[in-house]
Design a protein. Structure first.
Length: 126
């Protein structure tokens, strides 16, 4: 098994040294983990402000896209419900009973005599 090494230069004393690739990758991944040059100067790999801002921007873009999707779905659901209500209003205006789908000239009298509990069903739902 062979291990690779990465050449690193100390920011303070400018000495060049080699560190194992695995350690270097770990230090880059975990920005709070420090390592030391041979002269004992502690160092860390920090994410740049540009990277942090880019990450924050990408997160905000994802959140905006998610909210846009939620808004679109809510609008579609509201539109579907509005169309359903318009359809029911047209059917009722044409004299069609909402319970048994039969046509009557006097739907109000039919609802009172044949479906007296229909109004209470609607009140329970609302």
């Amino acid at each position: 098994m062979t291990y690779g090494f990465t050449k690193v230069q100390c920011y303070k004393c400018a000495v060049e040294f080699y560190m194992p690739d695995i350690l270097e990758a770990t230090c880059r991944r975990h920005t709070d983990q420090s390592f030391y040059c041979p002269n004992g100067h502690g160092q860390v790999y920090k994410t740049s402000i540009t990277d942090e801002l880019r990450r924050e921007r990408d997160l905000l873009k994802q959140q905006i896209a998610q909210k846009d999707d939620e808004i679109r779905l809510e609008r579609e659901a509201a539109d579907k419900e509005r169309k359903r209500l318009v359809r029911l209003q047209k059917r009722t205006a044409a004299g069609v009973c909402q319970c048994c789908n039969r046509t009557f000239t006097n739907v109000a009298r039919h609802m009172q005599t044949k479906h007296p509990d229909f109004r209470t069903k609607l009140e329970c739902v609302a």
